[in-house]
Design a protein around this ligand. Structure first.
Ligand SMILES: [Zn+2]
Length: 266
């Protein structure tokens, strides 16, 4: 006996139709998601463009643009760093803030670098040249505009788990960018030791000044990667732990690539 001969005649037909429908729905929804993602990225990029413009306008009102007339020493540091890194012309602004911070933004040229006046008070010339070189490294490597596009992609509305994965991946790229920019920083100032003291001073909130204070602040930074909170904070943050940046700077400063590049820059 054919053991399945009693199958109801329409069963296979209905199965075929059902499978066809399943694939059609998958195709339709994935095409819709794909198109929506494209629209979302364009929308996000446009938003980023306009927020950059208004940010720029606010800076011009609340900060000052560095020139050879109003800040000759700082302007010289900027020129030297830009020459060494062969970076496109950038606009540098100083803003009043208690934060020890520097950042860069911009989609179109010229990109903008912002430094707080507190940072100018805490760091010496070589340390500043590292910080400025770091920001110029972000500009040179395209991190400023890539950040707007990739940030937009990572922000695509997606199911919770997918959103978390995208977000973590984006953050890990952010942290890799910081290591690259730190390399640019020590190529710009030619003095890795001063890059490290700059990071320790920033990490200590500007309180560490003397050698003894710097050593104590370094020990405190060194303890951060021993704690769960420190490591978790890093995983979710845009910046690696200070101590990891310092270790990477030390490693790169001892590399053949650094020696080769610095000999071409000098
Ligand atoms: Zn950075």
């Amino acid at each position: 006996m054919n053991t399945t001969a009693y199958r109801y005649p329409n069963e296979i037909l209905i199965l075929t139709g059902t499978l066809f429908l399943v694939f059609a729905v998958i195709l339709l929804t994935s095409t819709a998601t794909f198109c929506l993602s494209g629209i979302f990225i364009v929308f996000f990029f446009a938003m980023a463009y306009f927020s950059v413009r208004s940010h720029h306008r606010a800076l011009m009102q609340h900060g000052y643009r560095v020139t050879h007339q109003n800040a000759p020493k700082l302007a010289e540091i900027l020129d030297d760093a830009a020459n060494r890194l062969k970076v496109e012309p950038v606009e540098v602004y100083v803003i009043r803030s208690n934060a020890l911070n520097a950042y860069t933004f911009g989609i179109s040229t010229p990109k903008v670098i912002v430094i707080t006046d507190s940072l100018l008070k805490v760091l010496d010339a070589d340390e500043l040249q590292y910080v400025i070189g770091h920001e110029m490294g972000h500009v040179k490597l395209g991190h400023t505009w890539l950040n707007s596009i990739i940030g937009g992609m990572a922000g695509i509305p997606s199911p919770y788990l997918a959103f978390a994965v995208l977000h973590l991946a984006f953050r890990s790229w952010n942290r890799a960018c910081e290591f690259s920019a730190d390399r640019a920083g020590i190529l710009a100032n030619g003095n890795p030791r001063k890059a490290i003291t700059a990071l320790i001073k920033i990490g200590s909130g500007g309180r560490a000044r003397t050698d003894a204070e710097l050593a104590r602040a370094y020990a405190a930074l060194d303890a951060q990667d021993d704690t769960l909170a420190g490591n978790l904070g890093e995983l979710l943050g845009t910046h690696p732990l200070m101590i990891k940046r310092i270790e990477k700077i030390k490693g790169y400063a001892g590399s053949k690539q650094y020696r080769d590049l610095i000999s071409q820059i000098r």
